[in-house]
Design a protein around this ligand. Structure first.
Ligand SMILES: Cc1cc2nc3c(=O)[nH]c(=O)nc-3n(C[C@H](O)[C@H](O)[C@H](O)COP(=O)(O)OP(=O)(O)OC[C@H]3O[C@@H](n4cnc5c(N)ncnc54)[C@H](O)[C@@H]3O)c2cc1C
Length: 409
């Protein structure tokens, strides 16, 4: 039996520690924060979207291809059903929403109940938990990992599992520094990169804060007149600094890449039809219903709060009827519902992402054990790996599964 040190008491580290101790190893879990699972507690807006329902094939398909290939063995070993069964045995009942997202039953502090379940699990199998223990350095040279620097001391062990998470929400303890230290030890890494974050805009609309555009598509182009680079069907909501909401989050990583490449432009299509089709329908409406107000037509497609300012921006009055709407103005109205310009994004903040893209390069890690290939006694798991799934419980599932694999020693 081995001495095992797990660094990071989040989703991945808790499962890794529990698993290793269940197999009879002597396990110490180090966590920088004063308590365990701080990010878990704020996940899903405090409700914790634990995982995603459905067959593994579907879960894997949600990740980029290379990540899915990497995750397959660990997800098979510890899948969504296994996570839910483990939690159920600790008294955490769950339910699945129509969109497949699985949550603990709605009770105040339901994310806290998930953390409490993991705390009970690690305690029962004898894991020694040290909170308030921030590791400040890594020691070793491949293939031998020598140990950690902790409070000025060197900590040695047979096996080390690093589960220190990503680099977003640094106030939850995840500052991302461990990736830099690994790079210093010649471990291949991809730099941290923002993902699943709100999108700040060059010209935000703070006066529209809280307004949501629903059931349309957020589109990213290479400049105002450039080709389409990506799109995501879903809602957005205006914030003080730009936009948030599911579609904004999902498109944030691609948007930031396009922005850094020199050209990114965002629009929102509230209707799926092509501009020519919407224009033809509007012309038909002009003939059949000439006294209809342009404002009324616009409010069929866009929230009421936007109608007045958008009409004003087109120099149209609230009393404007369709019958004497000039051709140019008609085309402008069509453009507002088929491609409402949101404009250029600003730098997407790494700190505000639900995950951080980047991390330890997957090809450097054995996907069955999470062992670093060139090292004898060093494993990595969770968001510290170069894994970033979409919103929907996928990222926690990846953390649980890779944690389980890392703890299987
Ligand atoms: C606001 C928000 C909401 C989210 N909601 C969801 C959701 O509902 N569903 C979902 O699937 N995903 C969600 N995520 C993503 C998910 O929380 C993460 O992907 C997941 O927590 C990663 O698990 P992890 O164990 O790798 O890292 P973490 O849970 O972040 O744990 C890492 C731990 O390591 C500790 N640590 C870091 N450095 C050191 C060090 N040097 N020494 C000692 N300890 C250290 C940290 O303090 C931290 O506690 C959300 C993320 C955020 C920010």
């Amino acid at each position: 039996m081995a001495n095992v040190v797990v660094v990071g008491g989040g989703a991945a580290g808790l499962v890794a520690a529990w698993r290793a101790a269940s197999l009879g190893h002597s396990v110490q879990l180090l966590e920088a924060n004063g308590r365990l699972g701080v990010k878990l507690r704020i996940s899903g807006g405090g409700k914790c979207n634990i995982t995603h329902d459905g067959p593994l094939k579907e879960l894997l398909a949600a990740f980029p291809k290379e990540q899915a290939r990497f995750l397959r063995p660990s997800l098979h070993a510890f899948d969504n059903g296994a996570v839910l069964e483990l939690l159920r045995r600790e008294g955490v009942e769950t339910y699945t929403r129509d969109n497949g997202r699985v949550f603990p039953l709605d009770r105040p502090g339901s994310a806290g109940a998930v953390v409490a379940a993991f705390e009970a699990l690690v305690q029962r199998v004898g894991v020694r938990v040290r909170t308030g223990a921030r590791v400040t350095g890594l020691l070793g040279r491949a293939p031998r990992f020598e140990g950690l620097l902790l409070e000025g001391e060197r900590l040695h062990s047979d096996v080390f599992i690093l589960a220190t998470g990503g680099a977003s929400y640094p106030e939850t303890g995840t500052r991302g520094e461990v990736l830099g230290w690994l790079k210093g030890l010649q471990v291949p890494v991809e730099p941290w990169f923002p993902a699943l974050a709100p999108l700040p805009l060059q010209r935000p609309r703070p006066d529209w804060e809280g307004v949501a555009l629903r059931e349309g598509e957020l589109r990213l182009s290479a400049g105002a007149e450039g080709r389409r680079l990506a799109s995501f069907a879903g809602d957005i909501v205006f914030t003080k600094a730009g936009i948030s909401g599911p579609a904004a989050l999902e498109l944030s990583q691609t948007t930031e890449r396009a922005r850094r490449a020199g050209a990114a432009w965002l629009t929102y299509a509230s209707v799926p039809e092509l501009p020519e089709q919407v224009d033809a329908a509007l012309q038909a409406e002009q003939r059949s219903n000439p006294r209809l107000l342009a404002a009324t037509w616009l409010s069929r497609h866009l929230p009421e709060r936007l109608v007045e300012p958008l009409l004003q921006a087109q120099a149209l009055s609230r009393a404007q009827m369709l019958k004497d709407l000039p051709k140019d103005a008609r085309r402008s109205l069509v453009a507002l519902v088929t491609a409402l310009p949101l404009g250029e994004p600003q730098a997407v903040p790494l700190a505000r992402g639900e995950v951080a893209a980047g991390g330890v390069t997957l090809s450097a890690v054995d996907p069955r054990t999470m062992a670093l290939r060139s090292w004898d006694n060093l494993r990595v798991c969770g968001e510290l790996l170069d894994i970033d799934g979409p919103v929907g419980g996928y990222n926690l599932q990846a953390a649980f599964s890779t944690g389980f694999a890392a703890g299987t020693i």
